[in-house]
Write a protein of this length. Structure first.
Length: 298
């Protein structure tokens, strides 16, 4: 009988901890804990993996603003969604299925995380942190010529996609470069599902593993700067997109606090100083966003 009572007491103590591990914390709990855990995958100039990057600096500032210590939690593209959601997530044709609980390893995701419709079903996103768009990129010596912009993004996308027909194009599933998001199978392209990570797509094109690749705007900027004269932008594959910080649906007050911090940072100029440090040419491509015209609040 004593053993049964002891077992029940142990379960009573452990149950709240188990439940907490499957649920993300909100602002009050994070302040009580004293640490903000930033889930991130090293990508482009958002998270370097060496303690800096646009998102890293922004979140260090946010952590200080709410009076807690910043902590970076390394993650992988294949697990980062469940690391915050606390559940395994399967996506098929923009439909989201949840299954078994998993440990919650962080309080938010930020690594140039594109706001996609299926991700909005899983998380609450902050106001946009950075603009993006998916571009078709080829080697400079390619015979394919960049499209002439028409002034209508839909027409530009159609013209760009028409140039994929019969050509091999690198893509990456379960990211913003997933071919299903842009219906690339309907273009007649030879879609190659790359097995590496996002940072390796431009180098793979240099190695001529395909004739073209799709890249998001920030990564394309880095490729153009890192290998000057080696690539050319053919045209857009998507409309304008936005990148933001992802929060658990339970972290309402934490998301609100971040939006307030971001708004203040935009007004006092500290946000733009960080942007110019990591993406100096981005303001030229999306001037309206950085002037604040595309800024939305929640």
């Amino acid at each position: 009988m004593k053993r049964v009572i002891v077992a029940i007491l142990i379960m009573a103590v452990m149950l709240p901890a188990c439940m907490a591990s499957a649920r993300a914390a909100d602002l009050a709990e994070i302040r009580q804990r004293g640490v903000l855990r930033h889930l991130g995958v090293p990508y482009a100039n958002f998270v370097s993996g060496s303690g800096d990057g646009l998102d890293v600096e922004l979140l260090k500032g946010f952590a200080a603003s709410i009076g807690v210590r910043y902590e970076y939690v390394p993650a992988g593209w294949d697990t980062i969604v469940q690391d915050l959601a606390g559940r395994k997530v399967r996506v098929a044709n923009d439909l989201v299925e949840f299954s078994g609980e998993t440990p919650v390893r962080g309080d938010l995701i930020a690594n140039g995380f594109t706001i996609l419709p299926w991700r909005e079903k899983v998380f609450t996103f902050s106001a946009p942190v950075f603009p993006s768009q998916i571009w078709l990129v080829a080697l400079a010596e390619s015979k394919v010529r960049p499209i002439k912009p028409t002034g209508a993004v839909d027409r530009d996308i159609s013209r760009t996609k028409a140039l994929m027909k019969g050509r091999s194009v690198l893509t990456l599933e379960k990211t913003c470069l997933d071919p299903s998001l842009y219906k690339l199978s309907e273009t007649g392209a030879k879609v190659i599902r790359f097995r590496g990570n996002l940072n390796e797509l431009a180098p793979a094109l240099l190695k001529k593993e395909a004739e073209m690749t799709i890249l998001d705007f920030p990564d394309a900027l880095i490729a153009l700067e890192k290998w000057p004269g080696r690539f050319k932008i053919i045209g857009p594959v998507s409309d304008k997109q936005m990148m933001g910080v992802a929060f658990s649906k339970d972290s309402v007050k934490l998301c609100k606090a971040f939006n307030e911090f971001l708004s203040k940072s935009r007004k006092d100029g500290s946000y733009l100083r960080i942007v110019r440090k990591y993406y100096p040419s981005s303001v030229r491509y999306f001037p309206e966003f950085f002037k604040g015209n595309d800024y939305r609040t929640q």
